[in-house]
Structures are given as structure tokens and as C-alpha cells.
Design a protein around this ligand. Structure first.
Ligand SMILES: *Cc1c(COP(=O)(O)O)cnc(C)c1O
Length: 440
């Protein structure tokens, strides 16, 4: 197993993260448990900020909070000076409860409700990333009613397909997101927002996909956005102050993933934007990016306790853990692939190929197919690294399984940042119908 950040094998032969022995964390906080390496998250934040420093661009690095949205994470991101993307009232409230500076919050989403829009306006967030005409007209109307001028970016689909799993490609023409460039919708939306008295159009945004390992997609998308801005400048004199090229920077889950350094993506993007802008004599805009996965993905490790096993001679050995698709939906949803290790047997020879099964009542509830591990026994702690993004965020209560706890670890200290759900939590919203009570 690859050791990210502060992860190492300690003198007891156990996996240690942030100076904490993971077998002790499992004993103290229970399993499954999400463990986050705080120093690694901070270093990822800083890598993006530092990559921009020498480019001469004004910039914002907005953490796409959907990857892992908790109050502790919002606070950490705030301390690192990043901005924050939210896509729902729930994510917005999390940021507000954490005291995140509202002017640095950007609101995304392809179907924001009126209630969510009003909530964000009341909070005086930095800007809305408007996704479609219905939202554009509604926001214009609400802003007029309130007598406010609202800052907006327009999300456009530049027609770029990032090399990634189909379900997480969002830049191609046939997408539920954004104003399409090719059919002229994007230009029309720019005209509308530019002419509106109640909207302050900052510029355009695109997000071309996720888990991207090449710079080309970003460069092509940036060029298309600049072509669009050039058109808008000539057509109705609009000059953008912001260009947002989204997120999607890849991380390492297994050996076959080959992410670039933050600085490599930023260098390619800033170089292309500067070139294209100066060619067309457009003043350099502020450049915004929105990394999510690449800020938190590597920093999270999930700890499980191994339970039952099923050996089918000559076919497969299943090793079951006390979690599964409830705490990590990605294998079932995207066929995502992970590595693993036995946290209390880090120095033992990996002499068995097994498959890791979850405990849900669903054959598709497999966390890892064919992983090499030392001989596993009941009670061992299985560690699955790189689960920091879209793990806790997509966790659910299938089979009425309570969501795990989350701890941040740093310099030998662990701090609980999300409490483990209890069975009582799981049934707390249920109501027995009155009729059933009468029949008892
Ligand atoms: C999901 C998302 C991101 C972040 O994507 P990552 O792959 O986690 O970096 C950024 N911007 C938008 C609009 C998104 O929807």
C-alpha cells in the first residue's frame, strides 16, 4: 500500500497516521472510522496557493466542499485562505455554522431552489454560479425584488471531454450542467446577465470533469472560454473580471493513477490564459480554480474491522468488513478501485489475494476486488487509503447502518470532528402512523 503524507509503519509494525497508531484509533473511536491527515490537507491547499503566487495572476482557490463537507473541514480551509464552493443549502449551512467568511462562498448547482437562493442572498455570499436560463431569470427577479445587485458567474459547457469515467464527465455538449457554447446559449446568457440591472456578471466558469491527469483538457477549455469572452466583448462590450476553470485534478488511488503536481496544472493553465488573452488584447482576469478531490482525497483513510470470511476454493476468498457501500459508495457507483493493507500487520508478507466485501445486503457491495494482503483474521484492522474525497460525503444509511465517525489526526493527537451516528439517530426521523397506533 502506498503511504501518503504522514502515514508510516511504526515500531509495532502498525500503520500510523499523523503520529497516531491506527489500531489505537480503531479501539478508541470504533470502526468504520474515517481518519484524516490534517497536515496533508493543509499542504495540498498550500500547493495550489503557492503555484499561483509567482504567476502574476490574481486568483482564488475555491475548495469544492462537496468532496468532504463538514464544519471542521470548512474551518481548516478558511484558515488556509481558500474560498469555498457549495452546491446546496446543507453545504451552505455547514460553511455558515463553521463561521466561513461568506464573501468567499460560491454557490453552484443545476437546480437551486428559491429557498436556497434566498438563504444564500441572506448570507451575502460572494457569488452564484448560474447554471441555466430558469435560474438566471429567477435570480434576476429575486435580486430586483430585494433591491440588490448579485454577483454571478455563468457556468458554460465548452464541449471538452476529459479523459475519465463517463459518469463524471461534465464538459461535453450532452450534459445536464451549464449553458452550451456551441449552440449560442452561453453568449445569450452573457448578454442577458450583462444587461441586467440586478446582476453583476463577473465572468464565466467551466468544470470539465474529474480525476483528470492531463493539462490538455483544461487548456482547451480555457481557450474556448476566452473565445467566448472575445465574442462577448465584440458583440456587447462585456469585459470579464473572473475566469473560473473548475476542478477535477486527479489523485492517486492505485499504481495506475498518475496525477500531476498542483504546480504543473496551474502553470499550464496560467500560461495558456495569458497567451490567449494577450493575443486578443483582453485584460487578464482573476483566475479561479475549484479543486475538491485533490485537496482531501489522499488525506483520508478508512479503518474497518475484519469479520467473517468465505473461501470458495479455486474461485475466490471473500473477506468481509464492518462497513461497505454505506461509507464508500464509489466502488459500487463508479467501479472505483482502491488499495488496502492490514493496519496491524504492516510488516507481514502479502501472501494472499482476497476480495473485500461490505456488510450490506447487496452483491454489488464490494469495496475491493483482488487485493494482496497478509493472512487476515477476524479482529484485524483493514486500512483503505485515499478515501478522503466522496467517501464520507456520499455515506448513507442503507440497511439502517449508522454513518461512521470522522477524526482529524496531527502530531500524535486525534480529534473527533464528526460523531458516529447511533441506532437512535438512524430511527430518529421515523414516525409511526396514527392509524397503526390505534390498532395496537
Ligand atoms: C465537483 C466539482 C468540482 C471539484 O471536482 P474534483 O474532481 O473533486 O476536484 C469543482 N467544480 C465543480 C463545479 C464541481 O461540480
Amino acid at each position: 500500500m502506498y503511504l501518503h503524507g504522514t502515514s508510516r509503519i511504526n515500531e509495532q509494525g502498525n500503520l500510523e497516521i499523523g503520529g497516531c497508531d491506527t489500531t489505537e484509533l480503531a479501539a478508541t473511536y470504533g470502526t468504520p472510522l474515517y481518519v484524516y491527515d490534517e497536515a496533508l490537507i493543509r499542504s495540498k491547499c498550500r500547493a495550489y496557493v503557492e503555484a499561483f503566487r509567482d504567476t502574476g495572476f490574481a486568483f482564488q482557490v475555491a475548495y469544492a466542499s462537496k468532496a468532504f463537507c463538514t464544519m471542521a473541514m470548512c474551518k481548516l480551509v478558511e484558515e488556509e485562505g481558500l474560498s469555498l464552493d457549495v452546491v446546496s443549502g446543507g453545504e451552505l449551512l455547514t460553511a455558515l455554522q463553521a463561521g466561513f467568511p461568506t464573501e468567499r462562498i460560491h454557490f453552484h448547482g443545476n437546480n437551486k431552489s428559491r429557498e436556497e437562493i434566498v438563504m444564500a442572498l441572506d448570507a451575502k455570499i460572494g457569488c452564484f454560479v448560474v447554471d441555466n436560463f430558469i435560474e438566471l431569470f429567477e435570480l434576476d427577479e429575486i435580486a430586483r425584488e430585494r433591491g440588490e445587485q448579485v454577483s454571478v458567474l455563468l457556468r458554460v459547457t465548452p464541449g471538452v471531454e476529459a479523459h475519465t469515467h463517463e459518469y463524471i464527465s461534465t464538459g461535453q455538449v450532452d450534459s445536464k450542467f451549464g449553458f452550451d457554447v456551441q449552440t449560442g446559449q452561453a453568449l445569450e446568457a452573457i448578454r442577458y446577465a450583462h444587461e441586467s440591472q440586478n446582476l453583476h456578471l463577473l465572468g464565466v466558469h467551466s468544470h470539465i470533469g474529474s480525476q483528470i491527469f492531463e493539462v490538455e483538457g483544461f487548456v482547451i477549455a480555457a481557450k474556448r472560454l476566452i473565445d467566448l469572452l472575445d465574442e462577448a466583448k465584440h458583440a456587447f462590450g462585456f469585459v470579464s473580471t473572473v475566469l473560473n476553470v473548475g476542478g477535477g485534478f486527479g489523485i492517486r488511488y492505485t499504481d495506475s493513477d498518475t496525477p500531476l503536481e498542483a504546480a504543473e496544472y496551474i502553470k499550464a493553465i496560467t500560461t495558456a490564459v495569458r497567451e490567449e488573452m494577450s493575443k486578443r488584447n483582453i485584460p487578464l482576469p482573476e483566475l479561479w480554480i475549484e479543486p475538491g478531490r485533490s485537496i482531501v482525497g489522499d488525506a483520508g483513510t478508512t479503518l474497518y474491522r475484519i469479520g467473517s470470511q468465505k473461501n470458495i476454493p479455486g474461485v475466490r476468498k471473500y473477506v468481509a468488513v464492518d462497513g461497505g457501500m454505506t461509507d464508500n459508495l464509489r466502488p459500487a457507483l463508479y467501479q472505483a478501485v482502491y488499495e488496502a493493507a492490514i493496519a496491524n500487520k504492516m510488516n507481514e508478507t502479502e501472501n494472499e489475494v482476497v476480495s473485500i466485501a461490505g456488510k450490506c445486503c447487496e452483491s454489488g457491495d464490494m469495496l475491493i476486488w483482488d487485493v494482496k494482503l497478509p493472512q487476515a483474521s477476524a479482529g484485524d484492522i483493514l486500512a483503505v487509503p485515499s478515501t478522503g474525497a466522496y467517501g464520507y460525503a456520499m455515506s448513507n444509511n442503507y440497511n439502517r447502518i449508522p454513518r461512521p465517525a470522522v477524526v482529524f489526526v496531527k502530531d500524535g493527537e486525534a480529534e473527533l470532528v464528526v460523531k458516529r451516528e447511533t441506532y437512535a439517530d438512524v430511527v430518529s426521523h421515523d414516525l409511526l402512523p396514527k392509524r397503526a397506533q390505534l390498532q395496537r
